[in-house]
Design a protein around this ligand. Structure first.
Ligand code: UDP
Ligand code: MG
Length: 315
């Protein structure tokens, strides 16, 4: 039988992680063995094309600590974690980690002490990133920009890696939004939250499953789901542009009639302004579109993910 009423659910999404999986399971087994807490592990297969689903299925069938969740296709990291959160059966707290061992699972026991002290969310803050310089720089700027413009207080340099109390888990599960930025939703909930520094490890093997496009997608969701700054910025630019154009017309009138100067042959400058403001218009339409497209997807009210199968021992 699958273990009953575990205190902790460890949730890890997997997308083509057959290479890492044995190491992950080894580390989790050691943790289950050594930790005083009773633990279930929920592994989510996010539509992998390799052996990941078969591996976690046979594991869940034979090991009572493991549950395998097979999604009907690839839904992306955020939704895979969401699916795992929906089947977690913990009574005390849920531990969200990446499946590639970048977030050391061994931190569970020390994070748990904060839950005992009455915190609802213990999130990990990256001290050092073992990534290439481009990624490091992009992450650095993104978190600071987002903090500046977001409507809520978002912690800097922290991802989804966290331990959340059962009530935060339930509340997250009750939030129906389609476009998910989990770390933002977690902050939005409030309660007592604390950041704990840790060193983010290198991937235990294989390649990053987040393409640049997906990373940008995540960054977009962070910005447009939690900030109205871009849309307000448009209005300000527009107002500023109108001011400039009025001043320009006044200058033109004065210089032609009063000072009796002939109008300049400003062909290039006209072209420049047409091009510049034309493009600005397009960017602004795009920004409005970002919000609109989010409304569009939310209004459809589709389920966030589709589970094909949940596999537990004897269940
Ligand atoms: N992942 C997933 N679905 C995806 C992409 C990634 O479930 O579409 C998982 C992946 O298997 C890993 C975690 O999300 O366990 C983090 O992804 P990755 O390590 O590729 O991202 P990075 O750490 O490079 O940002
Ligand atoms: Mg990773």
């Amino acid at each position: 039988m699958a273990i009953k009423d575990p205190q902790i659910s460890i949730i890890a999404p997997l997308y083509n992680e057959e290479e890492i999986l044995p190491k992950l399971i080894e580390r989790l087994d050691a943790l289950i063995e050594s930790s005083p807490l009773s633990i279930e592990v929920v592994l989510i297969n996010d539509g992998s094309k390799d052996k990941t689903p078969q591996m976690i299925t046979s594991l869940a069938k034979t090991n009572e600590h493991y549950t395998a969740v097979l999604l009907s296709r690839n839904f992306g990291h955020q939704k895979a974690v969401t699916a795992g959160m929906s089947v977690a059966r913990c009574t005390e707290a849920a531990f969200i980690i990446d499946g590639d061992l970048q977030d050391p699972p061994e931190l569970l026991d020390s994070f748990y002490t904060y839950i005992q002290d009455g915190y609802d969310v213990v999130y990990a803050v990256r001290q050092k990133r073992k990534e290439n310089i481009f990624k490091k720089g992009a992450y650095f700027m993104f978190y600071r920009l987002l903090k500046m413009i977001a409507n809520i207080d978002l912690p800097i340099d922290s991802g989804d890696f966290c331990l959340m109390s059962k009530r935060v888990l339930d509340l997250m599960n009750s939030m129906p939004e389609e476009s998910r930025y989990l770390r933002g939703m977690r902050s939005w909930l409030g309660f007592k939250q604390i950041g704990v520094p840790y060193e983010r490890d290198k991937r235990a093997g294989g390649e990053s499953k987040y393409s640049l496009k997906m990373l940008f997608g995540l960054a977009y969701n962070g910005i447009f789901n939690f900030s109205e700054f871009p849309i307000k910025f448009i209005t300000r630019i527009g107002a500023f542009g109108i001011l400039i154009s009025i001043m320009y017309v006044m200058y033109y009138l004065i210089s032609t009639s009063l000072l009796d100067k002939s109008p300049p042959a400003g062909f290039t400058s006209i072209l420049f302004f047409i091009l510049f403001f034309g493009s600005l218009n397009l960017v602004c339409l795009g920004i409005i579109g970002e919000y609109l497209v989010r409304v569009f997807f939310e209004v459809k009210n589709r389920p966030v993910f589709i589970i094909d199968q949940v596999i537990r021992k004897d269940a």
